[in-house]
Design a protein around this ligand. Sequence first.
Ligand SMILES: Nc1ncnc2c1ncn2[C@@H]1O[C@H](COP(=O)(O)OP(=O)(O)OP(=O)(O)O)[C@@H](O)[C@H]1O
Ligand SMILES: [Mg+2]
Length: 361
Amino acid sequence: MQVTKDIILNALRSVDDPDLKKDIVTLGMVKEIEINGNLVSFTVVLTTPACPMKEQIRKACVNAVKLLVSQSLEVTVNMTANVTSIENKTIPEVRNIIAISSGKGGVGKSTIAANLAVALANTGAKVGLLDADIYGPSLPILFGFEGKKPYLNDANKLIPFEQHGVKLMSIGTLVSPQQAIVWRGPMASKALRQLIFDSDWGELDYLLIDMPPGTGDIHLTLVQSLPVTGAVVITTPQKLAVADARKGAEMFRWDQINVPILGVIENMAYFIPDEAPEKKYYIFGENGGKSLAEALETELIGQIPIRQGIAENSDFGTPIAVYKSGDIAKVYHEIAGTLAQKIAIRNASVSPTLKVEIRNQ
Ligand SMILES: Nc1ncnc2c1ncn2[C@@H]1O[C@H](COP(=O)(O)OP(=O)(O)OP(=O)(O)O)[C@@H](O)[C@H]1O
Ligand SMILES: [Mg+2]
């Protein structure tokens, strides 16, 4: 039998993308089929380089060609990714904008935003991280660029800092905390818009926004200025934290706003002592993240334990996810993969989030 591109394509129709629940040929993910004697190669274009199913899909492709065409073929699958996006005319070069948010302060939003950004960048994605916490910026400390000012490029745009493969901007680099503290809402909103639109982000697959606690002018400015792909809600397990986190998250679900909640992350979920790693202590209680996810009709996409190393590395300006092989780094990488999947599913299934027009009453 003469092996043709059509025969290979037909075999690959039996391989489904587990997230999008359609076959990879129908989804247009198979490209560049080459046949040379018994050597067959093709490229599979995933919706994110952070896809946790990458290896599973690659193996399924090899098996499909061998079983349905011929065992004697030698099959090479090149896995690449083209991150999907909702239609975004506001900053078209930024494919996905993700708000990392919680109604509750101090639950680990900034730490999680920093580590997820690094973990996504480690997979090869182009990632930006914007510190929208006007009154308490954290990124200059988390990434070690305290006291530094961004340069302007020829087009008068601010050049983001770059650390561990992540492009970074923080209001903390433009004003002193003392200045910011006396600002009124409209000034803070103006500063946020400037950071978003006057920074030279270039092409980004994911722009993560580290939000301030609560719901205020900054939150409204964000959803009014940008089509936000989705929000991730952070909580700790305590009932009080869950109640506050929920209050904050409900804003995204208002009819006029309607930003999808991509998932809940439970931080400080349990404590594992270094000397007894088989033990887990649920210091702050159990199931807080799960109950919040249920209340918000979304999923719990990760649980992060309490670990001294997380706080220490943050203070030294190197998010722990930079050390790829550590156990905590692995937790952040897994959550980043799940989040990237949720974004791809959202982009494939939900209509774009429109910028919200809210008039001051
Ligand atoms: N899983 C963890 N284990 C240990 N320490 C943690 C963990 N997560 C966060 N921390 C520490 O808790 C403190 C608060 O975290 P972080 O600043 O990220 O919270 P936040 O929600 O951004 O706070 P804010 O509401 O003030 O913006 C920091 O000192 C951080 O290093
Ligand atoms: Mg913070």
